[in-house]
Every structure is written in C-alpha cells, then in structure tokens.
Design a binder for this molecule. Sequence first.
Ligand SMILES: [Zn+2]
Length: 120
Amino acid sequence: MHELAATENLLRVVLDEAAKAKARKVTRISLQVGEWSSFVPDCIQFYLGIIAEGTPAEGASLEWETVPTRFECRECGATFGAGDGPIACPACAATRARLISGREFSIVSIEVDGEDPGST
Ligand SMILES: [Zn+2]
C-alpha cells in the first residue's frame, strides 16, 4: 500500500516539473529504485496508470534502474553487497554495517513533449 503514497508524491513532482517546463504531456519518467527500498516498480506503474489519468502524465512510460544494496563495514570500512542470510563483513566478519545504497527512490529524469503553444 505504501506504493500508492509514493506514487502520489512522484506524480506531484512530475506534474510540477511538467508545469515549469510548460509541457503539454509527460512521455517518460525514469526512476532509481533501491533493492532495499521495498518499492515494487510494477506496483508503481500500476498506480501511476490510475492516478495519472486526466493529467499531462497520463500514458507516460515508466522506466527504472535498480540500485543494488551495498553495506559499509563499521569496523574495517569494506563495502559489500547483501547476500542471503545475516549481514556480515566478508573482510573481517563484523556484523555492524551501515547501509550505503539500496534505499533510493528518486526521479532520474522526466521527458516531456513540447511546449504548450497557447502559453507565453
Ligand atoms: Zn569489516
């Protein structure tokens, strides 16, 4: 369900940007979605299709880049990805690690179609 709230925020930002660019239509939205973020891009696409109806973002295609989960060891500073099982540093076996990427949920770019000829 949190995808709906995230999609509403996303749409607000997209429409705001489209208005600033005086765009008639949003054609493409590119996102960065972290593996660790628990957002399911398919759900976002589904919700976007519903809530963008009647807005300039209606029919926009959504694409996303998955950002892999990475940790930094708090003991030795080594960085490593999430594996199966508990988090442990492959270099020193410490279990204290900081998440450094993988929680992203951000807009990379928005493509819009033309300026509104009626505006100045
Ligand atoms: Zn370590």
